[in-house]
Design a protein around this ligand. Structure first.
Ligand code: 3H9
Length: 694
């Protein structure tokens, strides 16, 4: 075996030259990998003992893409396009052997090969759009030439990979290899050479473009159909334009067009924010005082207390991960209802064609219902998801402590209560943790994990790993009222309520936040979640909110009652401004002695967002969140903060902390002490730093 570079080796195996990339963890295309592949091809072409070439990868995956850590640094030769051109023009057939994930530049490399084989579990895709960019090494030009324009549009603008079976069906993979991949790829390469099959250069294949050439409307139709999904994002439009280039321009020109559109995105703030977010999400997995090699508890079974909306949603995550669940309710009626809802949720997904009946049956077979807490005695983890009442929760935890086996994790899904206090209701507080799922729990990606003063490293490490297993993105936080997400949200809510009293229209507050990139504004969101939820919490805490209370007193609980902050026509989810609500607001303002005025969009935005950033600074100071970037992960995955703005902390750095600080002082002069900048914010401004520097 010859080392071409530190990361790539070459070996002749019989008549086939095998180039192997070995650059953990994911064989990303760093300079050493690019140079190695190019050198490997040249070595194989020059090697008279071989007449075909296989490109394979060691470790857990085929090339997972460009090396994102190199982005923003001066480019180093050879560029990926040059490497791919060397492969495509090889005089001996090159076969890519794919396992794991061939993503981004990894798939582009494979598309530069003459043939591709893959194991059944492999996935291939062009996820660049998720990093705010587009495939920049010919992906937008070659993929449509293989799978057709419509499929390429879908794959490139969604960034979602497809499995080997589908890739084979659409012609992206030539053969699915069962058994040893490298052996299979070598056998395939030998066959190609022996049969004298053509060296397929995808760049020269134009047949699949013909349909789009005849029907250029395909692009605008696609834009229209996906307008909602692409709202606010810059990258999808450039992806579409690049694919248009593939159809309308000769290949070399198309490649240039792709490069222009790629560079346009690469220097933009969205790409920087999305790439920052990629690493933030992975960093959130790491807890500084929990070593990487902390032993984990095996989680093979789960128990859930409470079969309401949250309990049912949480159960679905476990079932889909193949973990059997026992769900407990106090009465048979409530249990039947809860299980019925899980079943009908799955049935709805089956009827939409997004889940097979077989998968649904498998999930349901993993679910056991019970009205007896004793049935949780053998499970590895219990998640309590009953209503928010400390006394009741403590009673349940006291019982679980007696029932559950030693070593079982006892978790609470509370969104407001003190998890330390809940832990103290047991004899094993080190096994107690908060696992705050977001509604709908089977859909929302965030899992806010709440450590108490006593939660053990093993329990924390296990719950972080468990999150990944059940498809969630975790962030570890400490105990405080509302934890990280809801504590910041409350600040936004206070300002939104105040703004409408001062004269802003509630639909304008919603519009400004929607235009910022949230899926909906605070009032539309409250109508969706149910206004009675907050009302009950306020009643429990003995606090009032004049407009929100008045609305609830009229039974306007939101979409479910047809009226809330807005009016909803029967069967419609479209909010319509309602003069009754305007009257309520005007009266409440009069009662509070507020002179109403015009409020600008700029003021609405700053007053809703800046208090959240200020609260986050306090959260960081108190050590409730470990890192600023963890807060960003929480807001993107839990509250729909637009990922192209990176999260509130990244946004604050982008706006400039000094600008925020100065605006806060202005608002303080007008509205009082609640606008006092947090000491950490003040300190960072004085030091000329940002949250990124913490
Ligand atoms: C691109 O290709 C542009 C091209 O068009 C060319 C233009 C010219 N680079 O996610 P994990 C690290 S854009 C550098 O926990 P998993 C990651 O940070 C790229 N590092 O593992 C982590 O480090 P650490 C298109 C990378 O098994 C470690 O690897 N490609 C890269 O859950 C493990 O990652 C993509 O967008 C990278 N490309 O998932 C694919 N990828 O251990 C991005 C990963 O220090 N990657 N790392 O925290 C992924 O989607 C997942 O990592 C993957 C593995 C599915 C591959």
């Amino acid at each position: 075996m010859t080392a071409i570079t530190d990361f790539v080796s070459y070996e002749a195996r019989g008549t086939v030259g095998v180039i192997t990339v070995d650059s953990p963890p994911v064989n990303a295309l760093s300079q050493g990998v690019r140079a190695g592949i190019q050198g490997g091809i040249k070595a194989a072409v020059a090697d008279d003992s071989v007449n075909a070439i296989v490109l394979a990868c060691a470790g857990r995956t085929f090339i997972a893409g460009a090396d994102i850590t190199e982005f923003g640094k001066p480019p180093q030769e050879p560029g990926l396009n040059d490497v791919i051109a060397t492969m495509e023009s090889s005089t001996k057939p090159v076969v890519a052997a794919i396992h794991g994930t061939a993503l981004g530049g990894g798939l582009e490399t494979a598309l530069g090969c003459h043939y591709r084989v893959a194991v059944p579990s492999a996935k291939v895709g062009l996820p660049e759009v998720k990093l705010g960019i587009l495939p920049g090494a010919g992906g937008t030009q070659r993929l449509p030439r293989v799978v057709g324009v419509q499929k390429a549009l879908e794959m490139i603008t969604s960034g979602n990979p497809i499995g080997a079976k589908e890739a084979h069906k659409v012609g992206l993979v030539d053969q699915v290899v069962e058994g040893d991949l490298t052996e299979g790829a070598i056998a395939f390469a030998k066959k190609v050479a022996a049969e004298g099959r053509p060296l397929v250069k995808i760049s020269e294949q134009n047949d699949k473009l013909a349909e789009a050439k005849k029907n250029p409307a395909i692009f605008d139709d696609f834009r229209k159909k996906n307008a909602r999904k692409f709202r606010g994002f810059e990258a999808p439009e450039n992806c579409i334009k690049a694919i248009e280039g593939a159809v309308n321009l000769p290949f070399p020109e198309g490649l240039k067009r792709e490069r222009e559109l790629f560079m346009e995105l690469m220097v933009g703030e969205q790409a920087k924010a999305q790439q920052y977010f990629f690493f933030s999400e992975r960093l959130a997995n790491k807890i500084p005082d929990v070593p990487k090699d902390t032993p984990l508890i095996d989680i093979n079974t789960a128990g859930i207390v409470g079969a309401g909306t949250m309990g049912g949603g949480i159960a679905m995550n476990f079932l889909q991960a193949g973990i059997p669940v026992t769900i407990v309710e106090t009465s048979q009626e409530a249990l039947d209802k809860g299980i019925g809802i899980i079943k009908s949720n799955y049935a709805a997904t089956v009827s939409k064609g997004r889940l097979s009946q077989e998968a649904m049956d498998k999930y349901m077979s993993l679910l056991t219902g019970s009205t007896n807490l004793e049935d949780l005695k053998d499970v590895d983890i219990v998640i309590e998801a009953i209503f928010e009442n400390m006394d009741v929760k403590k009673e349940v935890f006291g019982k679980l402590d007696k029932i559950c086996k030693q070593g079982a994790i006892l978790a609470t899904n509370t969104s407001t209560l003190d998890v330390d206090e809940i832990g103290e209701a047991t004899s094993r507080p080190e096994y107690v943790i908060g696992l705050h799922f977001f509604s709908p729990a089977n859909v929302m990606r965030l899992l806010e994990e709440v450590r108490t003063k006593k939660t053990s490293p093993t329990v924390m490490a296990t719950c972080m790993a468990l999150a990944k297993k059940i498809g969630k993105v975790p962030a570890m936080v400490g105990v405080c009222d509302g934890f990280v997400g809801n504590r910041m949200l409350a600040k936004r809510g206070e300002q939104a309520s105040q703004l409408i009293l001062e004269g802003a229209k509630l639909e304008d507050v919603d519009r400004v936040l929607y235009d910022f990139g949230f899926p909906m504004g605070p009032f539309a969101m409250s109508d969706l979640a149910g206004n009675d939820v907050g009302w009950r919490i306020r009643q429990g805490r003995g606090v009032t909110s004049p407009v929100a209370d008045a609305i609830c007193e009229l039974g306007r609980f939101g979409q479910k009652t047809g009226d809330g902050y807005y009016h909803y026509e029967k069967g419609s989810r479209t909010p319509q401004p309602d003069p009754i609500v305007e009257e309520i607001i005007v009266k409440a303002a009069r009662d509070a002695g507020i002179n109403r005025r015009e409020v600008s969009d700029e003021e609405i935005l700053k007053r809703c967002i800046y208090p959240m950033i200020n609260e986050a600074a306090k959260i960081l100071e108190e050590g409730i969140a470990t890192r600023a970037s963890d807060i960003d992960v929480i807001w993107v995955y839990g509250y729909g903060w637009p990922i192209y703005r990176g999260g509130p902390m990244r946004y604050a750095d982008h706006i400039g902390l000094e600008n925020i600080y100065n605006d806060m002082l202005k608002f303080k002069a007008e509205h009082g002490d609640e606008w006092t900048p947090a000491p950490l914010l003040e300190k960072l401004v004085k030091e000329g730093k940002g949250f990124k520097d913490l």
